[in-house]
Every structure is written in structure tokens, then in C-alpha cells.
Design a binder for this molecule. Structure first.
Ligand code: CUA
Length: 401
């Protein structure tokens, strides 16, 4: 048995031993009685069946004793269950989502991770659901095993008593990648957990800065891919020359740091030619530190390549079905996938294609369009990516040679 690493584990182990003990006892008792009766009441010794009358005492005994046994088992089973369901006050909540094939954990501040990081000694409420099919969330060391059901949220609570790393499995057969649904509980001291929480997206500084553009709503009007929307694109904006209207007069400006800062905080001061003066002022809206981080990002060109395609692919769950080392899980490996010749089935017909960027893009957004020969059409469409994220993922795929 896994060593228990949880306060409730002792209770659950006790229930297990109790049920196991009674089961052994009942099995041994029934088997012994059976063998004894076979011998004692064989036809050789009793050619004529005896005609015994009812025995009240005997019947009462075999009703009362098993009833007590069952109630005792229920009582301890219930208390073990309660230990996993009574959420202590001050518990922190972590959302768990199972998907084919992996686990995603989301913390109260919106941070996501692939491993369940918790502070030791702090009660945690885990809310469990599934993105697609039935999975089952299993942490043997904590004696936790809860089904993850699509469209339903259930919960369990635990307090990691000891620091350490404990396995997480999926224990409901959910498809070809079932055995790949491995993760870990990482119980760390509170300070380490706080540092983990404060860390921005796992893909590092660029992604963190990029997230700020989303957070403040910039990306609704400003693209990163060079296309104009309601406002000018942010791609290569730093150092770009632009004609602006300021105070009713047109002039040429170079968008340096001072200009960009002004354009964010006080946009109506100068309007880039060809655009409407619709941007609201952000003065007092964006904390200085965040503004600085965004400006630094723009200085770097604000190019989509700054996105970490690897982190995006991992977060989206691609790696659950597509290995990066050439091995085949549920789908083709991503190793060497870019540029190779591949036979696909399109509308029932087999054809040969080259997996270029266009093809890779389509195979992510619209995977059912062409199915690689030898694979099942099981991949759901991944249309949640922003164009620049999709580009980053494909760039990452191209790097896997
Ligand atoms: Cu998910 Cu098995």
C-alpha cells in the first residue's frame, strides 16, 4: 500500500482493514461451515432428510449479528467519507479539470499548472470536473479517488500534512492516452507556494507581459500580427514613424517610449492618421509597474514569436496525445512533423500531402478534415487559440526535429 501522507488517510486505511477483516472472517466462517456440513450431512449418513422445526434463536442470531456488522462498517465508512468532504474553514480552492489526456489545475488567482502545488498544512478544497469524457482523479497517498464527470463539479478536501511529491493517476479508462494521465501533488512550505502563485504564466516574462495586454483590454483593438483593427497594430510599433493629428495639426512622430506611454495614458492627445479618436484614456487605470512591463514588451517588437509555443501546447493538452519524442500515443508524434510527407484520408479518400504550416494549422483548428492514415478521428477541434498563439504552437512544432 502507498504510505499514507494525510490526516484522513489513517481513517480510510482503518475502514479498508475493517472491511477486509470482516470479509476474511465471513469467507473463512462460511467455507468452514460448508465443509463441515458437506461431511456431516452427506446422504450416506442421512439417507432421509430430517424435518427440523424453526429455530427462533438461530434465526434471530443470524439477523442481528450481520446487521450490527453492516452498521459498524457503514459507520466507519461514513466517517472516512466525511473526512474527505467536510471542508475546514479557510481552505483554499483549486479547480481540477481532467481532459484527454492530462490534468489541469487552476488556483484562486487564475494561475494554471500541470502539477497540483499546495502549501503543506493548509486545507485544500479540490473542485473536480472533466472537459470531455469520464476520468477519475486518484491520489493514492491521500486515499482520494473521485470521478471527474463532464458537466458536473464535485469536490474533495485534504490537508497535506507533509511536504513531498505524491503521484496522481487517472483511474477510469478514458481512451488510448489513459495511462499518460500522470501528474503529481507537490506539497511545499507556504513561502514557496506563495512564490509559485505569484509567478506569472509558466512561459515566462513575455507571456506575462502579453497577458497584461489582454487584462487591460488592449488586444480587443490592437493586434500583434500586423493587421489593423480599431487601432494600429502593436507589431513592431516601437520606433515606427507615424503621422498623427495633435491639436488639430498633422505631424510625424517616432513612437518611442515617451510617445507610447502618452498614447496609452492619454490617447486623445495625438491620433494616428486613419484612426478614430475612440480609445479611452488609461491614466490611473494601469499600475506603473505593469505599464513598464508592457512598454518593455513593445520595445522587443511585440512579435508573436515572443509567445512560448511549447507552454501553449502543453497547457492546451496537446502533449497528452502527441509525444515530442517520436513515440506514438493517440495521435502522431510532433517530432519531425513539420515538412514531412504524410498520407491522410480526406472525405474518405487517401491522399499524400506535405505537412506545411497551412496543413498544420488546419489539423489543429479542424482536425477532422484530414485524418492521418492509421489514426482514429478522435481529436476535438482546437479553435480556442488566438492567431498568434497558433503561430507560436506551429513554430514550436517546427523546432521538434
Ligand atoms: Cu483519464 Cu483515464
Amino acid at each position: 500500500m502507498y504510505p499514507g501522507a494525510l490526516n484522513a488517510a489513517g481513517k480510510i486505511d482503518f475502514v479498508f482493514l475493517l472491511l477486509f477483516g470482516f470479509s476474511v472472517l465471513v469467507l473463512a466462517g462460511i467455507t468452514a461451515a460448508m465443509i463441515y456440513f458437506v461431511y456431516k450431512y452427506s446422504r450416506k449418513r442421512h439417507p432421509v432428510p430430517s424435518d427440523k422445526a424453526d429455530n427462533m434463536l438461530l434465526e434471530a442470531t443470524w439477523i442481528v449479528i450481520p446487521t450490527i456488522i453492516v452498521l459498524v462498517m457503514f459507520w466507519y465508512g461514513w466517517s472516512g467519507f466525511k473526512a474527505l468532504r467536510e471542508v475546514p474553514e479557510g481552505a483554499m480552492t483549486v479547480k481540477v479539470e481532467g481532459y484527454s489526456f492530462g490534468w489541469q489545475f487552476e488556483y484562486e488567482n487564475g494561475k494554471k499548472s500541470k502539477e497540483l502545488v499546495v502549501p503543506a498544512g493548509v486545507p485544500v478544497k479540490v473542485e473536480i470536473t472533466s472537459r470531455d469524457v469520464l476520468h477519475s482523479f486518484f491520489i493514492p497517498a491521500y486515499r482520494i479517488k473521485i470521478d471527474a464527470v463532464p458537466g458536473q463539479s464535485t469536490y474533495v478536501t485534504f490537508t497535506a500534512d507533509k511536504e513531498g511529491e505524491y503521484d496522481i493517476f487517472c483511474t477510469e479508462y478514458c481512451g488510448v492516452g489513459h495511462s499518460k494521465m500522470l501528474s503529481k501533488v507537490v506539497a511545499v512550505p507556504q513561502e514557496k507556494f506563495d512564490a509559485f502563485l505569484a509567478e506569472q504564466a509558466p512561459s515566462g516574462g513575455n507571456a506575462a507581459a502579453l497577458a497584461l495586454f489582454d487584462k487591460h483590454g488592449c488586444t480587443g483593438c490592437h493586434s500583434f500580427d500586423g493587421s489593423a483593427a480599431a487601432g494600429p497594430t502593436l507589431k513592431d510599433i516601437f520606433g515606427r514613424k507615424a503621422i498623427v493629428t495633435a491639436g488639430g495639426k498633422e505631424k510625424e512622430v517616432t513612437s518611442d517610449e515617451a510617445y507610447l506611454k502618452e498614447a496609452i495614458l492619454n490617447p486623445e492627445a495625438s491620433i494616428v492618421k486613419g484612426f478614430e479618436p475612440i480609445m479611452p484614456p488609461y491614466a490611473g487605470q494601469i499600475p506603473d509597474a505593469e505599464l513598464q512591463q508592457m512598454l518593455e514588451y513593445l520595445k522587443g517588437g511585440g512579435a508573436p514569436a515572443a509567445l512560448d509555443g511549447k507552454a501553449i501546447a502543453e497547457n492546451a493538452g496537446c502533449i497528452g496525445c502527441h509525444s515530442t519524442d517520436g513515440s506514438v500515443v493517440a495521435g502522431p508524434s510532433l517530432k519531425g512533423i513539420a515538412g514531412r510527407q504524410v498520407e491522410v484520408v480526406t472525405g474518405g479518400k487517401a491522399r499524400k500531402i506535405t505537412s506545411d504550416r497551412e496543413y498544420l494549422k488546419r489539423s489543429i483548428v479542424q482536425p477532422e478534415a484530414d485524418i492521418v492514415k492509421g489514426f482514429d478521428p478522435i481529436m476535438p477541434p482546437f479553435d480556442q487559440f488566438k492567431p498568434e498563439e497558433l503561430e507560436a504552437v506551429i513554430t514550436y512544432m517546427e523546432s521538434l526535429k
